[in-house]
Design a protein around this ligand. Structure first.
Ligand SMILES: Cc1ncc(COP(=O)(O)O)c(C=O)c1O
Length: 394
């Protein structure tokens, strides 16, 4: 049976038995793959191989080997995303990709920078900072939550898109709430009023299937170090060909004025080994199942949400069709709904129960956000439900 057609959450070759492929502590139920990813040993080994090759002859490596190896890995990532390699550069992380775009743009007083209440907080800070600098207006459209239908997001955002909207920044998968947003439909509405569209796809590569050029965005940034198994510090920035002029990395270096790729490919001396291991990460992802990974993780996230919701009596944050490999469930009956309460519960789960999972304060409630990865099993989420019941009763 081809991997894509294997029963989703029941593939016998997935689950805890795969844990030794990662450095993850086997004593911990690791339910936060979405947080920082987790890099398999073989990808780390490829990264180390590049580090050692660099150190054998740093000058020759940086000047001769690196430019070509960097482009080869960028091309593999571009192909994986269905993009043209000419339109894609590496950045360190999605935060940097968002900053590069936002800080390359100029606004006038009265212009509106639009996003949603589900925006990643670091991006919120960057957008606010820019709005303040230019005397522009920063707007967060409130999205309903829990959300069961993508149309709810379209209905909530549409009234905020108007002739003053100069930029729409949208998450493909939201961070605090694990929702897949209808980016292509919203991008079309923003384009119709002349706004530029910046997509934060931090969580998307490897978690969900998406057509990057088909999003209809001007700019897309995303991480390979989360769901694509690349080493930390591996992310991309894609820009539509006609938006590449005037787009600069957050660090201006020798390539200024020499084009998109020249500007981003050299941003000063740094360790490029993570970027050079991108091809190995994609090879690992493909060998482990590609579409079968996504299908398995999605099914496991759904099962986990059902289990947690039934055990704890809290509602799910999203319907399965708005969910990739992460799910949220509302926590009721715990003390406090703020960030200190969330951090305290996260810490107790780790210290007293050996579970790593984010607890997120959102909209006046605490939510648990579980990730599903091929090294997880439904038993991990049962352990979480039992631990939460114990802590709630304590
Ligand atoms: C929507 C979104 N944007 C940006 C980020 C930041 O990613 P990074 O820390 O790799 O910059 C995250 C991380 O979870 C995210 O979920």
């Amino acid at each position: 049976m081809p991997p894509d057609q294997a029963p989703a959450a029941n593939r016998p070759d997935y689950g805890r038995r795969l844990l030794p492929l990662w450095a993850l502590d086997p004593a911990i139920a690791y339910l936060n793959h979405g947080g920082y990813g987790a890099t398999p040993h073989e990808v780390l080994a490829e990264q180390q191989r590049w580090r050692l090759e660099l150190e054998r002859g740093p000058t020759r490596f940086m000047q001769k080997t690196l430019p070509e190896a960097l482009r080869a890995n960028a091309a593999e990532l571009a192909r994986f995303l269905g993009a043209d390699p000419q339109d894609l550069v590496f950045v360190e992380n999605a935060t940097q990709g968002m900053n590069a775009v936002l800080r390359s743009l100029e606004f006038s007083p009265g212009d509106e920078l639009l996003t949603t209440t589900h925006v990643y907080n670091a991006v919120r800070n960057t957008m606010r900072h820019l709005a303040e600098r230019f005397g522009a207006t920063y707007i967060e459209a409130p999205l309903p939550y829990p959300m069961t239908d993508a149309q709810q997001a379209i209905d909530a955002l549409t009234p905020h898109i108007n002739a003053r909207t100069k930029l729409l920044a949208l998450d493909l998968v939201t961070s605090p709430t694990a929702l897949i947003l209808p980016v292509a439909a919203l991008a079309a509405k923003a384009r119709a009023v002349g706004a530029r569209v910046l997509v934060d796809a931090a969580h998307a590569p490897g978690q969900i299937e998406f057509d990057l050029p088909g999003l209809g965005a001007d700019y897309v940034t995303g991480n390979a170090h989360k769901w694509l198994f690349a080493p930390k510090g591996t992310a991309f920035l894609w820009a539509r060909r006609d938006r590449q002029a005037g787009l600069h990395p957050t660090t201006i270096s020798h390539g200024l004025g020499q084009g998109f790729i020249a500007e981003f490919d050299w941003v000063g001396t740094r360790d490029p080994s993570a970027w050079l291991a991108t091809g190995a990460a994609i090879a690992f992802y493909r060998r482990m199942g590609d579409g079968a990974i996504r299908a398995h993780n999605h099914a496991l996230a759904n099962e986990a949400a059902t289990l947690l919701s039934a055990a704890l009596g809290g509602e799910e944050g999203q319907s399965p069709r708005l969910r990739g490999a992460m799910a949220t469930v509302r926590l009721e009956g715990f003390e406090g709904q703020d960030r200190p309460a969330a951090l305290a519960l996260n810490d107790r789960l780790w210290r007293e129960h050996g579970i790593e999972v984010p607890i997120i304060p959102f909209g006046g409630s605490l939510w648990v956000r579980v990730s599903a990865q091929i090294y997880n099993e439904i038993e991990d989420y049962r352990r979480l439900a039992d631990a939460l019941l114990t802590l709630r009763g304590a």
